[in-house]
Design a protein around this ligand. Structure first.
Ligand code: KG4
Ligand code: ZN
Length: 372
C-alpha cells in the first residue's frame, strides 16, 4: 500500500492525514482554531498563521501514530498550496517541502478547491482494497464553502471547466454573515443550522436572483433583506447609516424563523443552479464538497436531486466537507493514479485558486483547466 502524507493549513484548521492508494483514510487529524478567532467574529490571519506554527508538528505526529505508519514508509507528501490566507498556506507548504526534500519523496501541491470537489471519493480505513467503478464522467461539480461557490463541468479529476460562480459572497460566507446578523456568533454556518431547526422557513420569502449567466450565484441581496428585517431600514448611507432596531430586540422564535428562511433561500439557489446545469450538460454524476455540504438540509436535498434524475451523488461524509487534510491526500492519490509525478519544490503558495478563477460571462468561452 502506498500512503501519501497530507498537510492542510489554508485557513483556520491545522490538519494532517494519511491516505492510501485505494483512497482509504488511514488517519485524519484536524486542530480547529475556532476558539482563538471567536471573539473577533471571524478569522484573524496573523493569529491563524501563528497557531498553525504551534500546532503543525503535534498534529503531524498524532496523525502518523493513529495511522500506525512510520514517516519513512510514506511514498509522497502533499499539501494544500492554494487558495487561502498566504501566511497560513506558507506554514503547511514550507513544512511539506521540507519533509518531501528530507525524505526524498515527491511533493504534490494541491488546489484546495479541487480537493473539496473530489473528497466524496475518500473511503474509510476498513473499506475493501478496490471496488469496481463505472465511469462517472462527464459530471457536474459543486464546491460550496466559506471561500468558494463554484460550479464545474468535470471531464476527469484533472479537467474541470468553471461554468458558474458567485458574483459576490460565497454561500458559506453569506451563512456566516447571516448568523452574525442574528447574533449567533462564529462559526456561523453550523450555528445557523442549529438555530434554524426550530424555525418556520416560510416566515420570510426571498426571491431567486436572476443573473446574466444563469449558472452564477449571488447572495448579497439575501443578506441585505435579512439585515433590514432584523434591524429595520436604515436612515442615512454608508458609515453614517443608523438602524432603528438592534439584534437584541429579536425574540428567540423570530430568530429561529429568520435563520430557517435564510438557510432555505441559500439552499434553494444552489438547487436552482444545479437543475439548470443538469439540463445543459446531462451529467452522469454530481460531485459535491466544501463546508456547507456538512449541512443536513442541503445534503438531503442533494440526495433527492440526484435520485430523481438518476445520477450518482458523490458526497463526502460531513467531517470531509469542512476543511481537512484527507481530501488533499486523496486528490494527490488521484493525480498519482493518472501518472502525475508531482511538483517541483520551487512551486509557490498562492492566495487564489487557479481552478475557480475567471469570468463565467455568457458567450465567453472558458478553456478546460488542468487541475493541480
Ligand atoms: O470548506 P470550509 O471548511 O472552508 C473553506 O474552504 O471555506 O467551509 C467553511 C464554511 C463556513 O462558511 C461554514 O459556516 C460553513 O462552511 N459550514 C456550514 C456548516 N458547517 C460548516 N454551513 C452550513 N451548515 C453547516 N453545518
Ligand atoms: Zn475549504
Amino acid at each position: 500500500m502506498s500512503c501519501i502524507l497530507a498537510l492542510e493549513s489554508s485557513c483556520d484548521e491545522t490538519a494532517a492525514a494519511v491516505v492510501d492508494d485505494a483512497l482509504r483514510v488511514r488517519a485524519s487529524v484536524v486542530a480547529s482554531q475556532h476558539d482563538l478567532h471567536a471573539e473577533y467574529g471571524g478569522v484573524v490571519p496573523e493569529i491563524a498563521s501563528r497557531a498553525h506554527l504551534e500546532r503543525l508538528l503535534p498534529v503531524l505526529e498524532k496523525t502518523l501514530r493513529e495511522a500506525r505508519v512510520d514517516i519513512r514508509e510514506i511514498s509522497a507528501v502533499s499539501v494544500g498550496i492554494r487558495p487561502g490566507l498566504i501566511g497560513s498556506l506558507l506554514v503547511g507548504t514550507s513544512a511539506a517541502k521540507a519533509l518531501a526534500w528530507s525524505l526524498g519523496r515527491p511533493l504534490y501541491a494541491v488546489d484546495h478547491v479541487a480537493a473539496h470537489l473530489f473528497a466524496g471519493l475518500l473511503r474509510p480505513s476498513d473499506a475493501a482494497e478496490s471496488h469496481a467503478r463505472e465511469s462517472r464522467f462527464p459530471a457536474l461539480g459543486l464546491v460550496v464553502s466559506g471561500g468558494h461557490t463554484s460550479l464545474f463541468r468535470v471531464e476527469s479529476p484533472v479537467a474541470c471547466e468553471l461554468v458558474g460562480r458567485t458574483i459576490d459572497d460565497a454561500v458559506g460566507e453569506a451563512l456566516d454573515k447571516a448568523a452574525a446578523m442574528l447574533g449567533l456568533g462564529h462559526p456561523g454556518g453550523p450555528r445557523l443550522e442549529a438555530c434554524a431547526r426550530g424555525g418556520d422557513a416560510d416566515a420570510l420569502r426571498f426571491s431567486l436572483p436572476q443573473l446574466a449567466n444563469n449558472l452564477d450565484f449571488s447572495l448579497s441581496g439575501l443578506k441585505t433583506k435579512l439585515l433590514y428585517e432584523v434591524r429595520g431600514v436604515p436612515q442615512g448611507r454608508g458609515a453614517a447609516a443608523r438602524f432603528p432596531r438592534s439584534v437584541g430586540e429579536l425574540s428567540d422564535a423570530r430568530r429561529a424563523d429568520l435563520a430557517a428562511s435564510f438557510q432555505r433561500a441559500a439552499i434553494a439557489q444552489v438547487l436552482d443552479r444545479l437543475s439548470r446545469a443538469h439540463e445543459l450538460f446531462a451529467p452522469r454524476a454530481l460531485f459535491v464538497g466544501g463546508g456547507v455540504v456538512a449541512n443536513a438540509s442541503l445534503r438531503a436535498q442533494l440526495a433527492r436531486f440526484a435520485e430523481s434524475r438518476g445520477i450518482a451523488l458523490v458526497v463526502p461524509e460531513p467531517a470531509h466537507c469542512v476543511d481537512n487534510a484527507a481530501m488533499i491526500g486523496g486528490f494527490a492519490q488521484l493525480r498519482r493514479a493518472l501518472g502525475d509525478l508531482g511538483d517541483d519544490l520551487s512551486i509557490p503558495a498562492e492566495p487564489v485558486s487557479r481552478l475557480a478563477r475567471g469570468s463565467t460571462a455568457p458567450g465567453r468561452s472558458l478553456s478546460t483547466k488542468r487541475v493541480q
